[in-house]
Write a protein that binds this ligand. Structure first.
Ligand code: SAM
Length: 248
């Protein structure tokens, strides 16, 4: 997967993406990342990428042409068939694990980060296949949203996470929250790691973890269970979890 971020703050994207899991994936060549600054596609002395809003009102609007030229250059930079141009926007589809999973097989994902009041509507209509949102709130620019997408998709790509970091067990991958994790020491402030995790009984540990996943999803995000069809075994584990909780 090659990510291209169209942004007037390329360093903000590079400085962040080159750390941790994404940084390692980029260095290993498993993920590609390029940044395209609309200012590089301006002809005036001030490298102007924004202008006043027609109809008046506060704030500036990003101009069509520098964004279009940046996207065209991004498109021509690698030979990819499965390409999407996504505008990060508070008006977009809210990001979910499912949306990210569905897009993890793209060859190239061009992410357009807006600033100011946003970007000229005609650019969104002509150039952007989709709009994606971090959620129902407004941030100052699309760069942080682009970084979230890059991180969340990169960890799904083959070889990016080691076996011990597998994304498959993470929250939301299968519609449930992750089970609780513990590390040494065994006792902290009188609180002991659950016995089953020290038992070496792998089947028992698997059962406990599934039950915890079900139980904490029911406790913390019951909405996730509404659309999920539980197997008979999962239902029984959840019932047991509820009874144990009541008897605590
Ligand atoms: C200050 S915002 C503009 C908001 C715009 N006036 C509106 O209300 O829809 C500037 C840029 O930040 C990005 N942005 C803001 N909130 C976002 C969100 N929830 N998800 C993704 N991007 C967001 C977009 O790229 C947007 O163009």
């Amino acid at each position: 997967m090659h990510f291209d971020v169209v942004t007037i703050f390329p360093d903000m994207v590079l400085n962040s993406a080159l750390n941790g899991v994404t940084g390692r994936a980029i260095k290993q060549g498993r993920v590609g990342l390029s940044v395209w600054n609309p200012r590089d596609y301006t002809a005036d002395r001030h490298k102007t990428v924004d202008d006043r809003s027609y109809g008046g009102g506060p704030g500036m609007v990003m101009k069509y042409q520098p964004l279009k030229d940046a996207v065209d250059n991004a498109k021509g930079s690698i030979n990819a068939e499965r390409v999407k141009v996504v505008y990060l926007s508070p008006q977009g589809i809210p990001l979910t694990q499912q949306l990210l999973n569905e897009n993890a097989t793209l060859q190239q994902l061009i992410l357009v980060a807006g600033r100011y009041e946003g970007i000229d509507e005609r650019f969104i209509e002509d150039e952007c296949t989709e709009e994606w949102s971090l959620g129902d709130f407004v941030i100052s620019g699309g760069e942080l949203a682009a970084l979230v997408v890059i991180d969340a998709i990169s960890r799904l790509l083959p070889g990016v996470l080691g076996d011990d970091e597998s994304a498959q067990q993470d929250s939301h991958m299968h519609g449930l929250l992750d089970y609780p994790h513990y590390t040494r020491p065994e006792i902290i402030a009188g609180k002991q790691v659950p016995d089953i995790l020290l038992s070496g009984n792998h089947k028992g540990i698997e059962r406990w973890r599934l039950q915890q996943s079900l139980g904490r999803t029911w406790q913390k995000r019951p909405d996730l269970l509404l659309d999920k069809e539980l197997t008979t075994q999962q239902q029984a584990l959840l019932e047991e979890f509820k009874i144990e909780l009541k008897n605590k």
